[in-house]
Design a protein around this ligand. Structure first.
Ligand code: GDP
Length: 418
């Protein structure tokens, strides 16, 4: 589909269409038409529709041309549209215009790109929640609350003698509590895009075997020879609806030597530092589960009594027992991955927020927390600044910064002139 947006959209369409083109611009109806080149040769038979502004996606006059889906035909029609006075849109320009026309706030605009980028049904559903405005609605409610809080605090500053009661601190607390609850419903993006789960452990503990097992295909080379994995090998897979990147690193330890091995260890350290989650793999008892998930591999080699005694002891210390060879324990590992990622990034089906959006949310929470503190200390002016910080955070989320709103609300709620 080719979309045109702007004041001249309908004129361009008229020039594109053969034989008088657009006679009756009946909005939002599909019409059959022919697009011709400058000498009148038909380029394609199309369906077209017009959406007059402001009731269109961008808010401008818009045209949609449904043409055949080949690469050359689309390119040719685009070229023809440019000949007829259009220009190519910049990346995201339609949604950007929609945002600027106030058709959607930033949280919904961002959801549009998430829908497009989604790699699974689960991601689509989550992005759709944001697109449907769940995030925008909550932000709108918070905005109203914060504006009225701001107004009350400022009224306190302006009229310190009127002895207005100061319930603001409690209101700040309440808002913080709500924000924290709200955050629980959000799925945060990992800083690196797809969350990276890095497998670490000494050479030959079975990292490559495990990644191959989890990915269900051969990603990394497995040999009995130590140090076969030199580069960080990665595989994208879905764990309970969440896309993750498993990264297999070169093993630690001195079994491999030389410059390539040293480089491999350096790369591994880098990936570990960036990881959303670490999976530490051992063969025996030398591990713990404080830094991530601890997997004890190769339990197929254990005797029955080892399973009974050592197995129980290790499990009590938080270890997951498994065998990359037989697949035993891998369901547990998947479940552990899912729940740790939930902890780390919020629920897989949660409304998705970017690192930027989450940072802005943190700004709101910390601003409100500080404001509550300062109100309790009686430092009202400073509290007003902190609420302003929270407001700015909200503005970053929704994409607007409207100080005039605060004033409007002050005037509407308090009779300043009296
Ligand atoms: P890495 O160096 O940590 O990547 O380890 P690999 O995955 O290359 O495995 C090293 C050796 O251990 C290979 O011979 C694998 O077949 C073997 N291995 C890996 N996992 C298991 C397991 O669960 N049980 C047994 N018995 N052998 C395993």
């Amino acid at each position: 589909m080719i979309r045109l947006s702007g004041v001249e959209a309908f004129e361009v369409l008229t020039r594109l269409l053969a034989q008088g083109g657009v006679r009756a611009l009946e909005p939002r109806k599909l019409h059959l038409g022919r697009i011709c080149d400058s000498s009148g040769w038909t380029l394609d038979r199309v369906l077209w529709a017009v959406m007059p502004g402001p009731a269109s996606y961008t808010g401008d006059d818009m045209v949609e041309i449904h043409c055949h889906g080949g690469v050359a035909v689309v390119d040719t029609l685009l070229e023809r549209a440019v000949e007829c006075g259009a220009r190519l849109a910049r990346p995201g320009e339609f949604t950007r215009r929609a945002f600027e026309a106030g058709k959607l706030d930033l949280s919904r605009a961002e959801a549009v790109s998430r829908i497009i980028e989604a790699g699974s049904r689960c991601e689509i559903r989550a992005a759709a929640r944001a697109l449907e405005g769940e995030l925008a609605l909550e932000l709108e409610l918070l905005r109203t609350e914060i504006v009225s809080l701001q107004a009350e605090i400022e009224a306190g500053i302006d009229f310190p003698d009127e002895g207005l009661e100061d319930p603001c601190a409690a209101r700040c607390d309440e808002l913080c509590r709500r924000m924290r609850l709200f955050s629980l419903a959000l799925r945060r993006d990992a800083a690196s895009g797809v969350p990276e789960v890095v497998l670490s452990g000494r050479v030959n503990v079975g990292k490559s075997s495990l990644i191959n097992r989890l990915a269900g295909r051969q990603v990394a080379i497995v040999t009995a020879e130590a140090g076969t994995t030199r580069d960080a090998v990665s595989a994208d897979l879905e764990v309970e609806g969440r896309r993750i990147r498993l990264v297999d690193t070169a093993g630690e330890g001195d079994a491999c030597a030389g410059a390539p091995a040293r480089e491999a260890v350096r790369v591994a350290r880098e990936r570990i530092a960036k990881a959303t989650l670490l999976v530490r793999i051992t063969e025996g008892q030398d591990g713990d589960s404080r830094e991530g998930i601890w997997v004890v591999n190769k339990i197929d080699l254990w005797t029955a009594s080892q399973r009974m005694e050592m197995g129980r002891r290790l499990q009590a210390r938080g270890a997951l027992l498994c065998s990359a060879l037989t697949g035993e324990g891998l369901m547990g590992l998947r479940a552990a991955l899912a729940s740790r990622l939930d902890e780390e990034l919020g629920p897989a089906e949660g409304i998705p927020v970017s690192v930027r959006q989450f940072g802005a949310l943190q700004l709101v929470v910390s601003g409100l927390e500080r404001a509550a503190e300062r109100l309790r200390e009686g430092r009202v002016e400073l509290a007003a600044e902190d609420v302003q910080t929270a407001w700015d955070g909200l503005g970053q989320l929704g994409g607007e910064t409207v100080e005039a709103d605060v004033l409007d609300t002050i005037f509407s709620r308090f009779c300043i002139g009296k």
